[in-house]
Design a protein around this ligand. Structure first.
Ligand code: B12
Ligand code: SF4
Length: 466
């Protein structure tokens, strides 16, 4: 559909939506509203919207609130990850049928623009810091292009970039508003990871002064000093990480973030991290199976003794959310119990298990497709909790059941106690978080039930026989 120039006789109504994901497919969702943290994507896009134009912006996180049936909008933007793509397309088709132009952006659109194009008036591929203001100007001028692509030389070094407009959401609706991002993308190249495929391996870094100013203003406005960094790998560039951590010290904040286990090789950095206020780290431990790390293109993890690293971080006052993935090519039915044992023995404060997911366009997806092991392209099942490919040394059923069993076992009361005892972590926050995850573990099957009966899914033997 073609759209003419936007009339300036009234304010333009722009609505930005984060569609609900698989976790929320069941009415009410698995988590209470207050257990979700505020999405940074929408507040970032709101901030980037040109301020010289009369635009009224509404943000909707469908994970916590319904989209009004009578939603009025001149333009709607949807952010799309693979698991939410079917829902995003459904919404986009409905809005377009009512004559409202729709824009799609986000990781899934960046991975599969040709597919997304069938559901949108325009696409934003890659990061939108430069393209979004242009897109809005073009729309108002009646000159909307079909696709806006991140320029090859794009980076985040512009010190005049606006800070995310977190205040646009109701603070009470979220566990926290204190969501920050200093860097994007990661220098590594793990076979299953979306980041290198979608955005390349370049280091995208906001200037340290920029992120510090964003945090300072937030602390002054809200009085809150507990922050989350959503950066995929905060220590991807050690020089940058050191500058950032040093600059955080005077702010006296406490923060939680993500890192690779390679931090084990740099005690000075771990110590600086702790002094800067780090209280929790999410570590991609991935697997205990020898051979699987190589399968995942993550051999660098094998240089680290997980138990020692976790012990060191605990001594520095840093709790660990340890993430494991099941279904790599060397994994067998024995992998589940072995992983649970390691998590208990190492005293991982909060273990998380996912099922290996070949997100489209990643090297893993391409390899499995070549090996004819992709079992479904129903993207709503690409949520890291369903088996969508044929595992090598297990059946689909064994992988799905083993994953669920591992969740239940690691969050049995006795195992929570053993882990936290080994971690010497008796803080109320750790206990509450474990009880929350215990609830999740025991309800996993209810919330992730899919319409693909397990008895109809192929087994290893079927697939190998072809
Ligand atoms: C924070 C986060 C979450 C939060 C999200 C909730 C929240 N309230 O924030 C939580 C922890 C709940 C989460 C959960 C999951 N996540 Co997540 N998450 C992230 C993370 C780390 C940061 C996202 C973010 O805020 N970035 C900052 C913003 C500013 O960047 P951005 O979103 O990319 O947006 C920019 C551009 O992409 C573009 N853009 C984005 N959308 C749009 C829309 C329009 C219209 C336009 C114009 C532009 C545009 O403009 C922005 C500015 O440049 C990303 C990794 C990453 N760094 O991107 C993974 C990531 C998005 N998650 C991922 C996954 C897989 C999941 C889970 C399935 C994992 C799981 N095991 O459960 C679940 C599914 C959740 C669901 N909805 O169903 C994958 C998505 C892969 C894919 N192809 O789908 C990512 C990319 C991580 C990865 N490396 O694989 N996640
Ligand atoms: S280290 Fe983490 S963020 Fe980086 S490519 Fe590997 S999985 Fe992705």
């Amino acid at each position: 559909m073609e759209y003419g120039p936007f009339s300036h006789s009234r304010k333009m109504k722009l609505v930005l939506i984060s569609p609900k994901g698989p976790l929320y497919r069941k009415r009410g969702g698995i988590f209470k509203r207050s257990l979700r943290y505020q999405p940074l994507t929408l507040t970032t896009l709101a901030a980037l919207t040109p301020k010289d134009l009369p635009i009224d912006i509404t943000l909707i996180d469908e994970g916590i609130s319904e989209i009004p049936a009578d939603l009025q909008a001149d333009l709607i933007g949807l952010t799309v990850i693979t698991g939410t793509a079917p829902r995003a397309y459904e919404l986009a088709d409905q809005f377009r049928a009512k004559g409202i132009p729709v824009l799609l952006g986000g990781p899934h659109v960046t991975l599969l623009p040709e597919e997304a194009a069938g559901h949108a008036d325009s696409l934003c591929v890659g990061y939108a810091e430069q393209t979004w203001p242009q897109l809005i100007h073009d729309f108002i001028a009646g000159n909307l292009q079909k696709i806006y692509r991140q320029a090859p030389d794009f980076d985040l070094s512009d010190t005049t970039l606006p800070f995310p407009e977190r205040h646009r959401f109701n603070r009470e609706d979220f566990l926290t508003q204190a969501v920050f991002e200093a860097t994007r993308a990661c220098a590594h190249n793990c076979e299953f990871c979306v980041a290198p495929t979608a955005w390349g391996r370049k280091q995208f870094q906001h200037p340290v002064d920029w992120i510090i100013q964003d945090i300072r203003q937030f602390v002054e406005r809200t009085g809150k000093r507990k922050l989350i960094f959503v950066d995929l790998n905060l220590v991807s560039d050690i020089g940058y990480a050191k500058q950032l951590f040093t600059a955080l010290i005077p702010l006296k904040v406490q923060w939680f973030g993500l890192s690779t286990v390679l931090i084990a090789h740099n005690y000075e950095l771990m110590e600086l991290m702790a002094r800067s206020g780090c209280k929790g780290l999410l570590l991609g431990l991935e697997t205990v199976t020898s051979g699987s790390l190589k399968d995942a293109g993550k051999k660098f993890n094998s240089s680290v003794n997980y138990k020692e690293l976790i012990g060191t971080l605990h001594k520095l006052g840093i709790s660990i959310q340890g993430c494991f993935v099941f279904g790599l090519d060397h994994d067998t039915v024995d992998t589940f119990d072995a992983t649970v044992e390691l998590a208990i023995d190492a005293g991982i404060d909060l273990p998380r298990f996912s099922i290996l997911t070949p997100f489209p366009a990643t090297p893993l997806y391409q390899r499995l497709e070549q090996e004819q092991r992709i079992l479904t392209k129903d993207w709503s099942l690409y949520d890291a909790q369903h088996v969508v490919f044929q595992p090598k040394l297990m059946t689909v059923q064994e992988l799905e059941e083993g994953h669920e069993r591992a969740w239940k076992k690691i969050y049995q009361y006795n195992n929570i106690v053993r882990r936290l005892w080994n971690a010497k972590n008796f803080q109320p926050l750790a206990i509450t978080a474990n009880l929350g995850y215990r609830f999740y573990a025991h309800n996993l099957h209810k919330f992730y039930t899919c319409d693909w009966p397990i008895e109809h899914r192929p087994s290893t033997i079927d697939v190998i026989k072809g």
